[in-house]
Design a protein around this ligand. Sequence first.
Ligand code: FRU
Length: 480
Amino acid sequence: MNFDPSTLTVHPYAPHHRPELHFAPEKNWINDPNGLIFLNGQYHLFFQHNPFGTDWGHMSWGHAVSRDLLHWEELPVALPEDDEAMIFSGCCVLDFQNTSGLGTLEHPPLIALYTAHHDQTGLQTQNLAYSLDEGQNWAKYGVVLDEGIRDFRDPKVFWHENTQRWIMAVVLAEHRQVVLYASLDLKSWEKQSTFGPAGHTGGIWEVPELLELQDDAGQSHWVVKVDLNPGGPQGGSGCQYFVGQFDGQTFTPTQKARWLDYGKDFYAAITFANLEGRTVWLAWMNNWQYARTHTTGQYSGNMSLPRELYLLNTSEGLVLAQTPIRELDSLWEPIEVPSETQLRAVQHKDLLALKKAVLDLHVQMNSTDQSVYGLVLHCAGQLEWALEFDHLNHTLTLTRQGTVDEEGFQGQHTAPMVSMGVQDVRLILDHSSLEVFVDGGKLVFTEMFFPQEGESRLSMYARSGNVNVHVLHARTPPLV
Ligand code: FRU
């Protein structure tokens, strides 16, 4: 977070950039999602928030709730900074057995564990706050884990059934380590083990999570997800994960690190706690490389779409796949597009035009071996991005163009492409964001873009080979 304020570019507030489905605050700055939890039919999203401006600072936990993960209502700030400390990232758990003694068995307390960043000393401790009314009012309990050090942050806690203990993953950012602690009551914590440095270490490590997932053959595995800044796959910040085993004390990876997202704008994802039967997470849709120099005037930052997680056996080992949550499926209306389109090199064809850049498109593209082809979005005549499938080089490249010229914003962002032949692509646009899920979410790109207001036109081109495009669905909100 080294930052020179003279480089700040405030873009005039453009209402047509405000997302419809992705959470963005009414005003001011946000970064990481915090304390995600499902309680009595409501999803709670807390988030890193500066209640006083569009730049990072005065970090506090903002709060929003939703019943469908797509429409959010912003509530008053849940945990404000105080004279001693800013409230950095962390998590919430429902203390269902009242192990902390801060509620009752009938009314279990909602517990937040977060990093207190002590302004005077720079030291970071893990602190506890609790709520007895589902997150509306909070009491700060105080420090529960203090090692007397800096760069010790971002606790994510879960109940470990086998050992009947709470487990916390937290980072030693500069050491590129995830440290695991255990507790019986959420108030006193004992160190169990450390993991790392490992995988990608080109930046500090932040926002870790240890989670259990079943693969598509019903086998259980554990995953460590940890973000890094800088050193991401496309420059600036990024997100990696390791698949392995956890014995209640130690995480042991069984495969190498993989990137979670090949776009530039997916950071600090964490999962919803207390959610039965599926695993859902969301991330801050931004990159520390330019997050603070590019603001939209009234507010700065939004979250990604919530995504469902799957662990899939592939020829490359186990892959963490992400798909947009199923709540999106019944939301929008189909639009008229030809269900089949054929392209030959060198050809360019329009697929569809929209009044606003809001779209959920699912296509399958079948091509000959040597094909190079792509999808392109123009808004108000300006090329915003192109997504190119290159079957010669086995790559997928997202080129972000547009008019934003902060360092690191425009450019070509490439991922290796494993599966060739038929490409299954789901693409979601929400005014100023693009999320691309390829091959059932095994390869994902998340990027922001800030178009001029005007018609959005999605087209296709083939540079070499032939491509058949089959549209499985194309949907937008009513009245587009
Ligand atoms: C990640 C991060 C966290 C920290 C928070 C501060 O984006 O740097 O490590 O807790 O943001 O806002």
